[in-house]
Ligand binder design. Structure first.
Ligand SMILES: *[C@@H]1O[C@H](CO)[C@@H](O)[C@H](O)[C@H]1NC(C)=O
Ligand SMILES: *[C@@H]1O[C@H](CO)[C@@H](O)[C@H](O)[C@H]1NC(C)=O
Ligand SMILES: *[C@@H]1O[C@H](CO)[C@@H](O)[C@H](O)[C@H]1NC(C)=O
Ligand SMILES: *[C@@H]1O[C@H](CO)[C@@H](O)[C@H](O)[C@H]1NC(C)=O
Ligand SMILES: [Zn+2]
Length: 552
């Protein structure tokens, strides 16, 4: 509910408060009074055009690459996350930007899997991490591998290398950070090849009807025993149980090993055998105690299953570090790499909250992800570091109706003239999900009256049009955005295949398929828009000359 007072151009908004507490929770959402005048929008126009004209194309080799992946972070989630962030700061919210929304370059990515119109996280991760599309539920393998086909997943030609391997082959150091289990789909595709994303530990493979799948290696073992996982300098996430290193033996939360291996121990033994300095940490206090200048390898496993949602995270030293703290620690460690580094950071639980129909939690996870990106931007040199922010796929989250400016993004709105049942609706709703709440009263289908619901409560599930089991709200298939800054970020410029992300990284950093040879770019001067106006004409002549030389 929203009340607006036209008060010499200043609007005061009340953010979705039940009517009884109207005045108790009065919030000035501070819509800028300048917005009433054309001058404000003209000024923004000039500022943005000036910025656009000053864009330069950085054609240096990217020494470092930071890939931020918001799992399930479709464009509606970005928009809602932007409004949510602004409203937390006491603003109306719509006018702001997230940390990455002012990057100079962006594009759209097509996310389909080879066998699915709407994709899953494993095959999309293969796309942006290996530059090759795969089939639904397969991870780090080409589409020649069908879901569950162990034998074909073992053929070398069906196991494309990921950007981590490319980076390591050129002497770069690598890191992987996530809020999910470290063996989950997105991080898994960075280091493993598996015909089934659920083969996170041996137990899941032993459940399969076909015993020949046991010729394949589970994802957790690939992380510790094989390349490129064994060379990762930083591994931060959850998932102790899949590695056989769980604290709680009483429950099977994900995949509990049957082979008795403790891969966290094994990882430490391998470091000892190499004579390398290392740290294995399981909580925030231990992470802070690591001597970053000394430890060569750091393994941080902060939960048996996923790291808890930001809302549920234990903020104490015995609890779990924030995604920002993990990101900062990883960057500080990797910054000493002589040949540069690649770091992948996943905000993995945006997707989980959306699967639950819990937009309130998804937007908090978005805010955490955004904060981690801000933290990283303070620590890196964008002249030599390519920073990419993207998503694997979208979700069926819609921003509905005609809510007033500054209306609580988690609140309701009511379009009396259009809605036929005379009731308000939630601004955020899902196309599919567990929050389906329609009933039939004998004459008509009715939905729940959402006036006054506590949409901030952890248990609340936003309404959905198609009912699903809890946790099973589905992905959606429209394009996702990719935002980029740093060397060669301008290679993102239109609608691309999702696989393009890995190829841009390879080109920018001169690794993998572009380690030796790259398609020829026009001379740097000719492609640069940074040329000062006074030398522009001279540059044009010079460019023409250089292009002529290139031809002869
Ligand atoms: C869990 O079980 C393993 C293997 O049986 C054992 O080594 C470990 O100490 C147990 N952990 C706890 C917390 O009981
Ligand atoms: C549907 O609405 C009823 C009545 O408000 C509520 O008791 C129930 O928990 C809701 N169910 C779901 C799945 O949201
Ligand atoms: C919906 O609930 C609100 C608040 O309880 C109430 O004022 C309103 O009349 C209800 N609308 C309908 C159509 O039942
Ligand atoms: C939403 O709930 C969280 C957790 O209980 C709380 O910290 C936060 O202040 C609540 N937000 C609002 C707007 O009430
Ligand atoms: Zn998902």
């Amino acid at each position: 509910m929203v009340v607006l007072w036209p008060l010499s151009g200043l609007r005061l908004c009340l953010l979705s408060a039940p009517s009884l507490v109207l005045f108790a929770s009065l919030v000035s959402c501070a819509v800028n009074p300048d917005e009433l005048h054309s001058g404000h929008w003209y000024k923004l126009g000039v500022e943005d055009i000036t910025e656009a004209l000053q864009r330069t194309q950085n054609t240096k080799v990217a020494r470092n690459v930071l890939l931020f992946l918001g799992d399930g972070m479709g464009i509606s989630t970005i928009t809602a996350g932007r409004i949510f962030k602004g409203q937390k700061e006491g603003k109306s919210g719509e006018e702001g930007y997230l940390s990455f929304e002012r990057f100079p370059d962006m594009a759209l990515l097509k996310t389909y899997n080879v066998d699915k119109q709407v994709p899953d996280s494993a095959a999309t991760a293969t796309a942006f991490l290996s530059g090759v599309k795969g089939n639904f539920y397969t991870l780090g393998v080409t589409a020649a591998v069908k879901n569950g086909d162990c034998a074909s997943s073992l053929l070398p030609e069906n196991r494309p290398k990921s950007i981590l391997t490319w980076a390591q082959e050129t002497g770069k150091e690598t890191g992987l950070v996530t809020t999910t289990r470290i063996t989950h789909a997105t991080p898994g595709a960075a280091y493993a090849s598996s015909a089934q994303r659920e083969w996170e530990c041996d137990a899941k493979m032993k459940q399969e009807a076909d015993p020949s799948v046991l010729h394949c290696k589970d994802i957790a073992r690939q992380l510790v025993e094989d390349q490129p996982g064994m060379n990762l300098k930083v591994i931060f996430g959850g998932g102790r149980q899949a590695l056989g290193a769980q604290f709680d033996n009483s429950t099977a939360t994900s995949c509990r090993r049957l082979d008795g291996l403790n891969l966290a121990h094994k990882w430490q033994e391998m470091r000892q055998a190499e004579g390398a300095s290392y740290a294995y940490v399981t909580n925030t206090g231990q992470l802070r105690d690591v001597n970053i200048d000394n430890a060569e390898f750091i393994l941080g496993l902060f939960a048996d299953n996923h790291i808890p949602y930001e809302r549920d995270r234990d903020l104490g030293v015995a609890g779990e570090p924030s995604l920002s703290e993990l990101t900062a620690t990883a960057i500080k460690r990797l910054s000493r790499a002589e040949e540069g580094y690649f770091l992948i950071v996943e905000g993995g639980r945006i997707d989980h909250a959306l699967h639950d129909g819990k937009a309130q939690l998804a937007l908090e996870e978005m805010q955490t992800f955004d904060a981690a990106i801000s933290t990283a931007l303070e620590l890196v040199d964008l002249d030599e570091t390519l920073v990419i922010v993207t998503a694997d796929h979208s979700h069926g989250l819609a921003i509905n109706g005609y809510p007033e400016r500054g209306n609580d993004i988690l609140g309701t709105s009511f379009y009396k003239d259009g809605v036929t049942d005379g009731m308000p609706h939630m601004t955020l709703m899902f196309t599919t999900g567990p929050g389906f709440n329609f009933s039939y009263d004998g004459t008509k289908v009715a939905r729940v009256n959402v006036s006054g619901v506590d949409a901030n409560a952890s248990s609340y599930m936003f309404p959905a049009a198609v009912p699903t089991k809890v946790g099973w709200s589905m992905h959606s298939g429209e394009d996702v955005a990719v935002h980029a800054v740093g060397p060669w970020s301008h290679l993102f410029h239109r609608t691309h295949e999702q696989t393009y992300v890995a190829h841009v990284i390879a080109y920018a950093a001169q690794v993998g398929p572009f380690a030796q040879q790259r398609p020829e770019a026009p001379h740097a001067l000719c492609s640069s828009s940074a040329v000062a106006p006074q030398v522009f004409q001279a540059a044009v002549v010079l460019c023409a000359f250089l292009l002529l030389l290139q031809r002869v």
